[in-house]
Design a protein around this ligand. Structure first.
Ligand SMILES: Nc1ncnc2c1ncn2[C@@H]1O[C@H](COP(=O)(O)OP(=O)(O)OP(=O)(O)O)[C@@H](O)[C@H]1O
Length: 336
């Protein structure tokens, strides 16, 4: 992550929802940076705050929806203080999004080609003819065969993988600098998933797009991101270059997440070990380390003192928040 001018900078973000039981802090003091062309993964158990964090960073969740404090800047401009119109201008041009379910994002009746053309024509310099030619190029670029013919197809006439490719073509149509992908391949079968993830890799490399990928799948993040932030109960508890964090995790929860991955066909001897216990109540979270009540390695400090981020001495961009960290890689061979 570059310190000078990241594409996206999130500083001390808190997102709190009012609920009948009291304020629920879904994101609690998160800071994160994404540089141009950098692929950042956000991982964590269900309910850890990944989607709320990314939806707030995209500007989909704002002060009207929740109590938000902290700062989010995109290319130096504050996203939280931006008016709706300015924000809409950014979407589809500078900031793009791909979600799990393309059917709900694509129009059911309008041919996909027209939907791409419409996105392209947000640029006033783009006439209809040029937009159509560019739409063919885009479908071709995302690996849709017979692109010219496919322009006329409607969403339901395409397979799940093709629909996700169309969504990606729309997302990158105006060469955004930042792309959010929330569980982008979860609904797809493994082979299609691999091709789509390779496509993201290519797009980030060739168009220098910064990518924020939310995923519960550590294997996907290990192979298709440069750095990773591990979330637990609204906080980032470990972060850094993906190879360091997932090969040599220090925070016990990251270890537990890795141990919980089911693996097939690798001749493994150990069975996946699901994380015991339940995530904490975010209205009344534990006082110290939030993972402590479920952690087999908890020491006295964990119960009432929040662990601060500490760098790993031999790899200082790898940081973790744990009072009793793993002293060396515990399950190195399983990280990938
Ligand atoms: N609009 C809302 N009002 C109240 N609570 C909410 C709201 N949206 C999310 N939450 C709560 O915020 C917490 C974080 O949710 P979030 O969806 O970000 O988790 P996640 O890590 O993305 O989970 P998953 O992997 O299941 O999508 C959860 O406890 C969730 O119930």
């Amino acid at each position: 992550m570059t310190a000078e001018s990241p594409l996206l900078r999130i500083t001390d973000l808190v997102v709190e929802f009012p609920t009948a039981g009291g304020p629920l802090r879904a994101v609690d003091g998160v800071s994160l940076e994404v540089a141009q062309g950098q692929r950042v993964g956000i991982v964590g158990e269900s309910g850890s705050g990944k989607s709320v964090l990314s939806r707030t960073a995209m500007g989909l969740l704002g002060r009207k929806d929740a109590r938000i404090s902290g700062e989010i800047t995109f290319q130096g401009r504050s996203l939280l203080d931006m008016g709706d119109r300015q924000r809409r201008d950014l979407w589809g041009r500078e900031i793009a999004m791909v979600f799990q379910d393309p059917l709900s994002s694509l129009h059911p009746i309008t041919p996909v080609g027209d939907q791409i053309v419409e996105t392209l024509r947000r640029d006033p310099a783009m006439d209809k003819r040029a937009a159509r030619a560019r739409a063919v190029e885009l479908l071709d670029m995302v690996g849709i065969p017979q692109a010219e013919r496919r322009l006329r197809a409607r969403a339901h006439e395409l397979s799940g993988g093709m629909r996700q490719r169309v969504m990606i073509a729309i997302a990158v149509a105006n060469r955004p600098s930042l792309l959010f992908a929330d569980e982008p391949t979860t609904a797809l079968d493994v082979t299609v998933q691999a091709r789509i993830l390779e496509l993201f890799d290519e797009l980030c490399r060739e168009l220098s797009i910064g990518l924020v990928m939310v995923s519960h799948d550590l294997g996907v993040v290990a192979q298709h991101t440069d750095s990773v932030a591990v979330m637990y109960a609204g906080r980032i508890v470990e972060r850094g270059p993906v190879d360091d964090v997932l090969r040599a995790p220090r925070m016990r929860y990251t270890n537990a997440l890795l141990a919980a991955i089911p693996r097939m066909g690798e001749g493994r001897r150990e069975l996946p070990r699901p994380i015991g216990g339940l995530p904490p109540d975010l209205i009344h979270p534990p006082a110290g380390c939030r993972f402590a009540p479920r952690c087999a390695h908890a020491v006295e400090a964990c119960a009432d003192q929040v662990p601060a981020f500490r760098p790993v001495p031999e790899a200082p961009s790898h940081e973790y928040a744990c009072w009793n960290p793993a002293s060396r890689p515990v399950r190195t061979e399983e990280a990938r």
